[in-house]
Design a protein around this ligand. Structure first.
Ligand code: OSB
Ligand code: MG
Length: 368
């Protein structure tokens, strides 16, 4: 295949409610969508998960635009590609910028599956026909608000609740949740809000029977996490710290975590995601698919990835309506009794809606 034209769009979509983590809060989601058109006239789609502010990692919507416009798109346009695995080799001379790279790579994977007439899930080697949906709930104004949300999502069937924690919104909140919902599958994500100085508090979380604690310590750390994991019973799950297969290998060797959250954008694409998935399977670590408040395009990629067999734990991939009044794909992603049906149509298996995309596009540029 050859990409003969690429359309890059900058979208702005308002979420139903603000999302608040230990690093900040926002409601207007800005992101890039990439449409790659091949020499047969088929379109493949990728979504950049970089935010407009570099608070999750160093990438932003604008740095992704720069990388794509000035380096990644010129490197890939009109190149003969026989398999999507080649995309990371083509980009390997460029350091990091994984979310920008993943935007192109995702579109190439979608196109590859469409050219073969199979679903993206099948192209990746996934077997599941449906996947379990979990949900990530941001920090709320009051504990009562949080309990109400958990109750609602539990009634919708979500398979596990993840709450965001930070100093001052941790032990007392988890205690209230456990009082009201003693059995609900529960985990906590700190987005790096703690240090080893907080060891006593982190030990105290053991009493809440959490499935895991996600990224409690610094976003670039695997050494302190290994020390922490030795001191606490709750499994440590790494998110921000893992950017590659090599990071995962080192974290496993050090004992920094017992679980890994795989985000396609953070690790530079689906090929690298699959390599990390396979490595974790060899070492007996379960993985799950993280989320970055994606639109339907990124969500579709997450669903396809989650069909791989070592995605044992429910991920953060929820239904479109949890985030958006109107998503940009048809049909939208629907959660029924806590399950999402994996589409079997070619590629990502959802149709991008050009009218809706146009409505949310603030800027676009074509490359040939
Ligand atoms: O750490 O997993 C995270 C959202 C924004 C930034 C970081 C994270 C998250 C989530 C939301 O937890 C997951 C989702 O619903 O997409
Ligand atoms: Mg996280």
């Amino acid at each position: 295949m050859k990409l003969t034209k690429i359309i890059l769009r900058h979208l702005k979509m308002r979420m139903k409610s603000p999302f608040t983590t230990s690093f900040g809060s926002f409601q207007d989601k800005e992101f890039l969508l990439l449409e790659a058109i091949d020499d047969n006239g088929l379109s493949g789609w990728g979504e950049s998960v970089a935010f407009h502010i570099p608070w999750y990692n160093e990438e932003t919507v604008k740095t992704n635009w720069h990388m794509l416009e000035d380096f990644l798109i010129p490197a890939i346009l009109n190149k003969e590609i026989s398999h999507p695995d080649e995309v990371s080799d083509i980009f390997s001379y460029i350091r990091k910028n994984n979310m920008a790279k993943s935007t192109v790579e995702g579109a190439v994977w979608d196109l590859y599956a469409k050219e073969k007439g199979i679903s993206l899930a099948a192209a990746l080697g996934g077997q599941k026909e449906e996947i379990e949906a979990g949900i990530s709930i941001g920090i709320q104004e009051t504990v009562e608000d949080l309990l109400r949300l958990i109750d609602g999502y539990a009634n919708e069937g979500y398979k596990r609740m993840k709450i965001k924690i930070k100093p001052g919104w941790d032990v007392k909140v988890l205690r209230e949740i456990r009082k009201r919902f003693p059995e609900v599958p529960l985990m906590a994500d700190a987005n790096s809000a703690y240090t080893l100085e907080d060891i006593d508090l982190l030990k105290a979380l053991d009493e809440f029977d959490l499935m895991m604690i996600e990224q409690p310590l610094a976003s670039d750390d695997i050494v302190d996490h290994a020390r922490l994991q030795k001191e606490i019973k709750t499994p440590v799950c790494l998110d921000e710290s893992i950017h590659s297969y090599e990071d995962a290998r080192k974290a496993i060797e050090l004992g920094s975590c017992k679980i890994i959250n795989i985000k396609i954008g953070r690790v530079g694409g689906l090929t690298e995601s699959k390599r990390i998935h396979n490595l974790c399977r060899e070492h007996g670590l379960p993985v799950w698919c993280g989320g970055m408040l994606e639109s339907g395009i990124g969500r579709a990629h997450n669903i396809a990835l989650t069909t791989l067999d070592n995605f044992i734990l429910p991920g953060d991939t929820a239904g479109s309506s949890r985030y958006w009044e109107r998503d940009i794909i048809e049909p939208e992603v629907v959660v029924e009794n806590g399950w999402i049906k994996v589409p079997d149509k070619p590629g990502i298996g959802y149709e991008p809606n050009y009218d809706t995309i146009k409505e949310f596009t603030v800027f676009e540029k074509s490359f040939t």
